[in-house]
Design a protein around this ligand. Structure first.
Ligand code: BG6
Length: 464
């Protein structure tokens, strides 16, 4: 069956950087049928041409070079529909417009509605979609899926409210809450690696793992996303979503099966066993920072939004009780790096580390201690590693947003966040969210280019 993909926020930053390049690339790889229609919703007067003529549209191509024929096909699929996002009348017009596309197509089309919009208009848009009947598949189509970008709320209360609005009009099986980090190849490999390599299974616990650190740093700053970042900050932007999701993959129990339902069940069980940070422990278990030029960039000399955040957490279950977990993220740091590192150690404090690297290169590495060649007995640390680019042909991994789109079209929700997972993650950080938005106390400042590992020391990470 064919599809209509309706994108709210087509002229936004995410759409330009990730979504349009992913859609173009799917067309180029013949993974989107030629009769697919993509309708970009916008409040502005923009043309299809202006959406396509961006530097990033072919960023997923080797050498960023566009394929002219594929670009033409993509252009023919793309339409722009101008409307007022809070005017119910405009939703009726949109419904008729989609109907017209289907009539001219001659058969029913499944719908995918993609919300890439600021959180404050999320509730009104969902309500308007529901009230105008755009929450249901058209007659004889199979589905109408709602694809939602993070952040899902500002805090636990607003997230609960948003979930309630969505529930009013869409069933949970229609809703696909994107966490594009889960769609990265190495993130998907975490479960495969854990449950297909028996040498690790018996040492995957607090008796053997002395520390877990999840890191996602970026060297870029906020790149002009002033309003978004002032409201969001590093804790909400990455820790609440991507990084707690990654942690759950590394620490969850083995799901009964690989079905989406069983994976989500095991994941939510783990997330609920992470001890929420207590209000009186915020100072000991969290740190935050802001890079020096940030206030100037956002033109707010009093801004207390954090561009760096780190938490110390504990999982209160039999497997993990006693292993400290560190999570850190930030912008304006020394390098772009996303990794999950487990430090294994014995009583003599000899360590081995196992690291899942998601970015910049995707790899899995183990640090081993070996004897240096020669007459002496000197022990040194060396690496045993698996790199995607060495083991598999280039181009075998779809980009995370390609994967997200294809899975949502195929109705596979394994790599998306359920409402229970979203709530569990907000509950873990709620007291930090409340504390940080109410006081400047504890906000440290750092130079752009600082190494994140120097910042996290303030949370007393055990040296590895
Ligand atoms: C997004 C955040 O979810 O992830 C951005 O909102 C961040 O602030 C981006 O830059 C990073 O994604 P990636 O895939 O480039 O690591």
């Amino acid at each position: 069956m064919s599809h209509i993909i309706v994108i709210f926020g087509i002229s936004g930053d995410l759409s330009k950087r990730k979504l349009l390049p992913a859609l173009y690339h799917l067309v180029r790889m013949d993974l989107l049928p030629n009769d697919t229609k993509i309708v970009g919703i916008t409040r502005q007067d923009i043309s299809v041409n202006s959406l396509i003529n961006t530097d990033s549209i072919c960023s997923l191509e080797p050498d960023h070079l566009c394929d002219t024929e594929a670009l033409k096909r993509f252009q023919q699929m793309l339409d722009v529909f101008k409307m007022d996002l809070v005017d119910p009348g405009d939703y009726q017009k949109l419904a008729s417009y989609l109907q017209k596309i289907e009539s001219s197509h001659g058969k029913a089309m499944n719908r995918l509605i993609y919300l890439s919009i600021p959180p404050q208009v999320f509730g009104p848009i969902v309500r308007n979609l529901g009230e105008s009947g755009l929450n249901k598949p058209s007659e004889s189509a199979k589905f109408c899926h709602l694809l939602v970008e993070k952040p899902f709320g500002y805090d636990a209360t607003s997230a609960r409210e948003l979930i309630a609005v969505v529930d009013q009009y869409f069933s949970e099986s229609q809703v696909y809450r994107i966490d594009h980090y889960l769609a990265k190849e190495t993130a998907q490999n975490i479960l495969a690696f854990r449950f297909n390599n028996p040498i690790f299974e018996s040492i995957w616990d607090s008796k053997h793992v002395k520390q877990i650190t999840v890191t996602a740093t970026e060297s870029i700053g906020i790149e002009g996303r002033t309003i978004f970042y002032e409201q969001t900050g590093a804790l909400r932007d990455l820790i609440q979503s991507h990084l707690l999701q990654l942690l759950s993959m590394v620490t969850m129990e083995k799901p009964i099966s690989s079905s989406s339902g069983d994976v989500h069940k095991a994941k939510v069980e783990l997330l609920r066993s992470i001890e929420p940070i207590r209000p009186d422990a915020v100072e000991q278990q969290s740190i935050r920072g802001q890079y020096y030029s940030y206030r100037h960039e956002v033109n707010n000399q009093k801004s207390i939004s954090e561009t760096y955040a780190a938490l110390k957490l504990e999982i209160n279950n039999n497997r993990w009780r006693g292993t400290p977990i560190y999570i850190q993220t930030g912008k304006g740091l020394a390098e772009k790096r996303t990794s999950i590192q487990l430090v294994f150690s014995n009583d003599d404090s000899q360590n081995n580390t196992l690291t899942f690297n998601l970015q910049p290169q995707e790899s899995i590495e183990i640090d081993l201690r070996v004897k240096r060649p020669g007459y002496g007995t000197q022990i040194e640390t060396t690496k045993m590693d698996f790199h995607y680019e060495r083991s598999f042909a280039k181009g075998e991994s779809p980009d995370a947003y390609e994967r997200v789109l294809v899975d949502a079209l195929n109705g596979d929700s394994t790599l998306f966040a359920t409402r229970d997972e979203v709530m569990a993650t907000w509950d873990i950080i709620e007291s930090v969210v409340q504390n940080w938005q109410n006081t400047e106390k504890g906000l440290a400042f750092y130079k752009k280019g600082t190494d994140a590992d120097d910042l996290i020391k303030a949370l007393s990470v055990v040296p590895s």
